[in-house]
Structures are given as C-alpha cells and as structure tokens.
Ligand binder design. Sequence first.
Ligand SMILES: NC(=O)c1ccc[n+]([C@@H]2O[C@H](COP(=O)([O-])OP(=O)(O)OC[C@H]3O[C@@H](n4cnc5c(N)ncnc54)[C@H](O)[C@@H]3O)[C@@H](O)[C@H]2O)c1
Length: 395
Amino acid sequence: MRILVLGGDGYLGWPTALHLSDCGHEVAVADNCARRGYDHELGVDSLVPIESMQVRVDAWREVSGRSIEWYFGDLVDAGFTTEMIREFRPDTIVHFGEQRAAPYSMIDRAHAVYTQHNNVVGTLNVLFAIREVDPEIHLVKLGTMGEYGTPNIDIEEGWLDVEHNGRRDRVLFPKKPGSFYHLSKVHDSHNIEFACRVWGLRATDLNQGVVYGQETAQTVRDARLATRFDYDAVFGTVLNRFVIQAVLGHPLTVYGSGSQTRGLIDVRDTVECIRLASESPAVAGEFRVFNQMTESLSVAEIAKVVAGAFEGSASVEQLDNPRVEQAEHYYNVRHTGLVELGLQPHLLSETLIESLFRVAQRYRDRVDVAAMRPSVDWRAPSSPVRVRDDSAAQG
Ligand SMILES: NC(=O)c1ccc[n+]([C@@H]2O[C@H](COP(=O)([O-])OP(=O)(O)OC[C@H]3O[C@@H](n4cnc5c(N)ncnc54)[C@H](O)[C@@H]3O)[C@@H](O)[C@H]2O)c1
C-alpha cells in the first residue's frame, strides 16, 4: 500500500512512517517543520536530539534498505498539498500535520488564530485534494480524546444513538473540548464527516489519548532515527515530564488535585493502530471513529506509577491548575474498535517504563528545568510565556 504521512517530522509521524515502511508499505512523509519553529519560538528543545529529515531518511535507507520519500511544504498551501498528493498517489493519507499543544493555542489571540487556521485550513486542503485527485484515497486523521471533554455520560466511539421526543437518530457525539487547539480538532471532525457524507470520501478519525514513550522497534535501530521527547510545560505530555522530574530528583508536579482522568496510549501502540486502521480502510462514504487509547488513569495515578517504578525516591508537588478543567468527573470511554482490528495493547503497569528512565538519564544534562513550570494560564488574556520576540506566531 502507498501511504503518505503528513506531519512526518513530528513526535508520532516519524516513528509511524518507519513502522509502516518496515511492514512493507511504500511511504512518503510531508512536513513544513513548523514544530521545530515552535521550539525556537518558545526557547525549548526535545530532550533527545533529533536529526534533520534528510539525515533521518538517509539513515533509514542505510539501516533497512528501504526508502521513504520526503516532501517539504505547508498543508495550508493548497497548491503544494494537491500536487504532492497527485504526484505520490497514495492509497492512504495519515494526517498528523497540525499544531497540537493545547497550552500553545491558549497563549494569546495570535496563537489561537494560528492554531485554528493551520489545522482547519490544512485539513480542508487535504479533503479537497483527495476529492480532486482520487476520492478513493482513505484519510486516517489524528483527532484527540480531548475533543469530547469530560461528559457525565459514557464516551462512545464518535457516534451516539439518541432518542428524543419519541424519535431515534444517530448523531456525532456531542463535544465539549477544553482549549482552542481541541476545538480545531472538533471543527476538523465535522468537516471530514461532511466530506464523507456529501462527497462519498472514506475516513477514519482516531481520537487519540495522551501518548507516552520514546522508543519503537524501528527508532532504536540507529541513534539518527530517534524521535522527539518533549517535557516542557507547553508541548510535553504529563508522563514524560514526570519521568524527567523523577530522574532529576525533583517533585512530580501535579496540577490541582490530580483527579483529572485522561486516556493514555503507548507510542508503540499508536504506530500499530495507524497500521491497523490503514490496512482495514473505512468504506466509501463512511466516517469511522475509533477512540485510540488503551487505558484511563488520573494524573495522580500516573504520578504514583512513575514514583513507584523509579528506583530512587520521588515526591509529588501540587501546583495551582493553570487550565480550566473539572477536577472531579465521570470518565468512561468505549475503546474496542482498534482491539477488534487486532491491537494488543501495552499497558502502563506492564510497560517498559525503565526505557523512559534510561532515556531521561542519558540526556539529563540537556534538561531545562524552568521550561517545566506551567507558563500559560487559561484565564489570562495573554500569558507570560517565554516567546521570543523575533518569531511571533502568525495570525
Ligand atoms: N502527542 C500526543 O500525545 C497526541 C495525543 C492526541 C492526539 N495527537 C495528535 O497526533 C498528531 C501528531 O502529534 P505529535 O505529538 O506527533 O505532534 P508534533 O507537533 O510532534 O508533530 C506534528 C507535525 O506536524 C507538522 N505540521 C504542523 N502544521 C503543519 C502544516 N501546516 N503543514 C505541514 N506540516 C505541519 C509539524 O511541523 C510537526 O512536525 C497531532 O495531530 C496531534 O493532535 C497527539
């Protein structure tokens, strides 16, 4: 199968491209390297050094004998997006290529506008390009569990059967997201569902939980194949940050009471979910939704797992929650679709959390401690984040 991975320079896009290539697919990646630009703007960096895309692609050819094509360009540029899809002619497009940090989208007006413009327009361009080039192409789009928020009812896989005033219908699950970033994903989901319903396109929306982990079977084959490891308060995910804090002997910083519960997934399961969804495409006209997570844990429980697995001692510090989110809430998510396709999850309790400690230990000298303190406040009109003057976000 020919698979085009959009956002292929990112934390998840790169290991996914390697996994798909290793499984025998013909893979191309596209990216405008905006993510590297956000690092520069915020004065942060991946804990694990990453190579340029050209070096990564060359290293993969050397290690595996397989080639990955590399397109540099912006999905917001409709001409670039359409011509790339016309040239590569994929069977499947895996779309990771968006601004993906909730705190980044909440910095100020410019960052909120940039996030929604980048994400919604980029996805619209992909939809129009598929319609123009080949409506048979299957779109596998990364959404997030954050689209749903924390409703007081069970979260279904995208759709909800409702009975109202004696009549029944099947509707998109009502969503109550918690940031302008998450809202951009909701807008994407609606646009994609519309394109499937009205143009007959086929799409799978993967509402993914918070991803943890840094190594996959392919990235460990050569240091030049490493993917990012983000731990800062804007782009870092919570488990990665706790691991670094434990290794440095710092308290694990829990926002608020820590009873906020979220869906999680191991990066090795993410790449496998993408393979499974790609190899069993949605049918024409179908907007298929899977909840791509393997377990739910509260932030306090995640801190407990990390502290328990760490060989030294690790304490927990509670910070005021800069986000506006419910502390105590119901959270029960259906996530059976990908397991039915064959996913065999790695659960956090059984996972090789030591591999994360090893990575953090190896690069501990690169840690910027100040970058881990929360800097974006959901209530503030403009947050005092460390944004460099020379590269303000567009919008
Ligand atoms: N990491 C997580 O925990 C997580 C959880 C849920 C969902 N997701 C979703 O998965 C996807 C990938 O996440 P990630 O953690 O790998 O993020 P990332 O920021 O590391 O990667 C995204 C990539 O997309 C590229 N990109 C952004 N805008 C682009 C544009 N206009 N044109 C071309 N490329 C563009 C960036 O340069 C970056 O390399 C995102 O859509 C994100 O919303 C991630």
